[in-house]
Design a protein. Structure first.
Length: 160
């Protein structure tokens, strides 16, 4: 009988311990990957946005989505859709950069729809993000290749 060995966390939930690349794709166990951040970190909204922006700028939207996931799980219920929408934008960019045009475009548009109900929370340029997501989704659907770092959106305006 074949033994079924799955990586599990402390609660017994399946968790892959395989290393991952910058776009979150699993690598062979013996290949060094990009270090993943800890899960379940409670951050302020500003810290969430700064960390996610740092990861997006580094071409790591999969990792940015995990930061947004922490925010939606630990933040107030009234902001759950905002953070989930931001995570969908990051996952949409991830899929687009991986070459999954259908999934990438769909998640970009879903994320844009989710954040539309939040006019500029925490300085986030919601209108700019929605325009970015729609434009990128259209290009992805046309078959254009996407470089995650070059396509990283600005979450909040740069301060001088």
């Amino acid at each position: 009988m074949k033994e079924n060995r799955r990586d599990r966390d402390e609660e017994g939930r399946a968790r892959s311990a395989r290393p991952r690349d910058g776009l979150g794709r699993p690598l062979a166990y013996e290949v060094p990957g990009v270090e993943r951040g800890p899960e379940g970190v409670v951050r302020t909204p500003g810290e969430t946005l700064r960390e996610a922006q740092r990861l997006l700028d580094a071409g790591m939207p999969f990792h940015a989505h995990e930061v947004f996931e922490d925010a939606w799980k630990s933040g107030p219920d009234v902001e759950r859709t905002l953070w989930k929408g931001m995570a969908q934008l990051a996952v949409g960019l991830t899929h687009a950069a991986r070459g999954n045009a259908t999934g990438g475009a769909r998640l970009l548009l879903r994320g844009a729809g989710a954040i539309a109900a939040y006019p500029n929370p925490y300085g986030v340029d919601v209108a700019g993000l929605i325009a970015w997501a729609r434009e990128l989704a259209a290009r992805v659907e046309r078959g254009e290749e996407v470089d995650a770092a070059r396509e990283a959106p600005r979450l909040v305006p740069l301060t001088h």
